[in-house]
Design a protein around this ligand. Sequence first.
Ligand code: ADP
Ligand code: ZN
Length: 209
Amino acid sequence: MREVDIVTGNIGWIEVICGPMFSGKSEELIRRLRRATIARKRVQVFKPILDDRYSPDEIVSHGEQRMKSEVVSTAREVLLKLDWRTQVVGLDESNFFGEDLIEVANQLADSGKQVIVAGLDTDYMGRPFHPMPELLALAESITKTLAICMRCGNPAKHTQRLVESKELIVVGAAGMYEARCRRCFEPGVPKQDSFEFARPPVLARSAGA
Ligand code: ADP
Ligand code: ZN
């Protein structure tokens, strides 16, 4: 049981769900928010405007689960759009919110809200992706999700960028990024030859057997 399941009274807290792309962060966020709805709690979900990959007013997982959400351009806008009767606040793609999210999440938790923050904990170079490290330090509960490495099938903690760009943020999904384990991860963009030899995990395994 997570410690936060046993708190009593109207106390707020911060839960962080972090890991690489394709690791099930959005699925886990949606699962927790659905359970809160079943418990008749008032729920609001926000995502940054930057993430317009799939749907402007929904969070959508790679497995096609979806949930209504509101789009904001800054973390502060969450406070403006918040109905103060809301008990549970879900935030997806939180690594894109910037450092203001630290204060906003704390303020929400201090005022009695259950804040569930999901986001990438590392960037395409494998570096901590702010403000996630700070949120991990401030949270009551932390869940690290792992994906499956697309080269070898091992548990993957890295988000491998596949297309060239110096930008920290390049929004995209399948085709632009893939999950990689510690051993297969190449910070930045892989060299062309390793690209050509990249095979789906099943093929890679049977070829090596
Ligand atoms: P995240 O929010 O962490 O990017 P999602 O919740 O959107 O993850 O998607 C998780 C789903 O993505 C999995 O349930 C699975 O169906 C699919 N998926 C695609 N590629 C992978 C992978 N390499 N490892 C694990 N799951 C993957
Ligand atoms: Zn691997």
